[in-house]
Design a binder for this molecule. Structure first.
Ligand SMILES: [Zn+2]
Length: 184
């Protein structure tokens, strides 16, 4: 077994100065040796300045529409309210259409968890037009990338399929168009 390097890398922090927080260090040699330092005010200042409010818009959304405390509206009423609210955040909120399980026009609301120098991920909220409760999930950058790839594959395949479909549809219309000669 090789000797321990006794060299420590910063791995993270916990808590705050007020509540006796710590900085955590782990030995680089892989021996799993750990050391801690008590968090100082200077440390805390740097932590705060490097973590601006990435969740700001999400928190505004949650408070306004009651995500964790119970949705304040549902269905079309909620869709309308969210679409109006989103106009205030063109950089952070996007809305795309979809259908719910009753084939009624519904929406996906995409809310960025971002700040000037930071992107953490995207919240997606499904708001069905039927009166079911909305649901939401979070995409980390890796998830978002995987979803983009999956949608790109679907897009490529569906283009070919839809081209064939158009040919079949046009042929059918030509056939029934010719049947017009039988009209009396
Ligand atoms: Zn070590």
């Amino acid at each position: 077994m090789k000797d321990c390097l006794n060299q420590f890398s910063y791995v993270g922090y916990s808590g705050s100065v007020k509540h006796g927080g710590h900085l955590f260090y782990r030995c680089r040699c892989g021996c799993k040796g750990e050391k801690t330092l008590p968090l100082t005010r200077a440390d805390e200042k740097i932590i705060k300045s490097s973590q601006p409010e990435v969740h700001k818009v999400w928190h505004v959304f949650c408070r306004k529409f009651g995500v964790s405390s119970g949705w304040k509206f549902r269905g079309a009423e909620l869709q309308d309210a969210v679409e109006k609210w989103a106009e205030k955040y063109p950089e952070d909120v996007q809305i795309v259409g979809c259908d719910d399980n009753h084939f009624m026009s519904s929406i996906l609301v995409l809310i960025e968890h971002q700040a000037k120098d930071r992107y953490m991920g995207t919240s997606v909220i499904f708001i069905p037009q039927n009166e079911d409760a909305p649901s939401d999930f979070f995409l980390y950058p890796g998830h978002r990338g995987a979803l983009e790839k999956a949608l790109a594959i679907i897009w490529r395949k569906s283009q070919k399929t839809m081209n064939r479909q158009n040919k079949v549809d046009r042929a059918r219309f030509r056939y029934f168009g010719k049947r017009a000669k039988d009209l009396k």
